[in-house]
Design a protein around this ligand. Structure first.
Ligand code: NAI
Length: 446
């Protein structure tokens, strides 16, 4: 993959100092702390996590339990009692922020910050964000993780409440841009009423290195799908079968590796022409290669046969994708057709067939790879963007239909990720696209 020169320079202390001394108008990106090991029982073990905001009621207790069970050492500013949880195995008294700040020996910074903004009654309450963050953002360690927790605006009792709730999104997206220079992420988690017990997985993800390149995102925790049976944090995919399309390289190969690390048997699918790299990716993760073009006329029957052979699928990641970039006037019909067919048509056809023929297990997870440029629109990508935003329409309609079986359908819309796909961009556009990210760099497939 092409090298990010600025990132390489920024990791070299002498070069970094020199560039800063010269006062060049280029913000040097921070090399991100990333996680390559499987999920652990306590990913936040002994990390000092600042817990601010309302912190009461069922949501407050869910936040406290999630942090403590993940091993965090909470520090609180208010007189909240949610961490005490008498009689609960996870209860752990939180350290007080005042005591922490007045301790002359305590120079340590916070590795994570959680802000409970779930009880906003109107625009004036947004002031709590200023009050909470203003003095403390400077105390975050590089590559720290911030999560603001709110309730969905759609559930608000009045328009004023909805306004305040929606305001959280603008706040978090802007904060992410301010903090990104230091490698720190900021995300918004909107928790539906009744979904509090499902917060822990999202918090473990958003507060750890696992989400190193996920920032400025609103993530919604819903109660829509029937909950799966309790699972363990260690090897949660043990005994499960996962299919990843486009797995010969890039994001697909990294996804296959990640699922295999969590215990899944992984079926790695790619085009017959990509036989050699697919075999290599499959060998690397102990997975099974499946040579199949998702647009082939017999793709549906062949995929169903593969699914049956392995006793049904628990995870499907529709990652295979292509670009055929041209401005609309210069694009030929074949370029339009291929981009729409690979990125959307095949996904809809194959998923519909898997559902219709009961090839998906209960509580299966379907993940679709959309794209930021697909959602925001991009010059030269009318075909790709039509397909990538089409995926979102598909999943919004599909998710409620399969929720009763506990099946979830989600899409991920990555920004710029360093792969063959982005290597193909003209140099100047590639360099600009890297710097557009709040973190000032491209993401890695992992
Ligand atoms: P890549 O080009 O490195 O890998 C894509 C894989 O899909 C290739 O191995 C290719 O052979 C396979 N594939 C393409 N057409 C296929 C077909 N008809 N049947 C079976 N396999 C097929 O691309 P990358 O970057 O890893 O992208 C993966 C997904 O992520 C794509 O859907 C892409 O649109 C999406 N994405 C990528 C971004 C990036 O910055 N790299 C940003 C946003 C979305």
């Amino acid at each position: 993959m092409s090298r990010d020169l600025l990132l390489t320079l920024s990791s070299e202390p002498r070069a970094r100092r020199l560039i800063q001394r010269l006062g060049l108008p280029i913000p040097l990106p921070q090399r991100l702390d990333r996680e390559d090991t499987p999920y652990a029982e306590q990913p936040l073990r002994d990390r000092r996590v600042l817990a601010l905001g309302t912190l009461r009621g069922e949501l407050g207790r869910a936040i406290a339990r999630a942090l403590v069970e993940a091993g965090a050492s909470p520090v609180v500013a208010s007189d909240t009692d949610v961490f005490d949880a008498p009689g609960e195995a996870w209860g752990r008294r939180a350290e007080s922020l005042d005591a922490h700040l007045s301790d002359p020996g305590s120079t340590s910074r916070f590795e994570a910050l959680v802000f409970d903004a779930s009880e906003l009654a109107g625009p004036a309450d947004l002031r709590a964000l200023y009050d909470g963050f203003h003095a403390l953002v400077g105390r975050l360690a590089p590559c720290a993780h911030v999560v603001v927790i709110g309730r969905p605006p759609e559930e608000a009792s009045t328009p004023a409440v909805a306004a305040a709730r929606q305001g959280l999104e603008g706040f978090v997206r802007s904060l992410a841009k301010e903090l990104g220079r230091r490698g720190t992420t900021a995300n918004l988690v909107l928790c539906e009423t009744g979904a509090e017990s499902r917060l822990d997985g999202v918090l473990r993800f958003a507060l750890s290195e696992r989400s190193a390149f996920v920032t400025a995102q609103p993530l919604v925790v819903r109660r829509l799908a029937k909950a799966p049976p309790a699972s363990t944090w260690n090897r949660p995919l043990d005994g499960k079968v996962a299919l990843v399309t486009g797995a010969a390289r890039g994001i697909g190969a990294a996804t296959a590796a990640c699922l295999a690390r969590e215990g899944a048997k992984v079926l790695l699918l790619d085009r017959p022409d990509d036989d050699a790299p697919l075999a290599q990716s499959a060998r690397a993760v102990g997975g099974v290669p499946v040579l199949l073009d998702v647009t082939a006329p017999d793709a549906t029957e062949r995929l169903l046969a593969v699914a049956r052979e392995h006793g049904g699928l628990d995870v499907v990641v529709h990652n295979a994708g292509i670009t055929r970039d041209k401005t609309l006037a210069k694009m030929d019909a074949a370029q339009w057709d291929l981009a729409v067919e690979v990125n959307l048509g095949a996904v809809v056809r194959l998923t519909d067939a898997l559902i219709e023929h009961k090839a998906l297990k209960k509580h299966a997870r379907i993940v679709l790879l959309s794209s930021v440029s697909g959602l925001a629109g991009n010059v030269g990508q009318t075909n790709y963007a039509a397909a990538k935003s089409g995926l979102v329409g598909y999943l919004r309609h599909l998710a409620p239909q399969v929720a009763e079986r506990g099946v979830t359908v989600n899409a991920i819309a990555p920004g710029f990720i360093e792969t063959r796909l982005t290597d193909a961009m003209p140099v100047a556009i590639r360099e600009a696209a890297r710097r557009l990210s709040a973190l000032g760099q491209g993401g890695q497939p992992r």
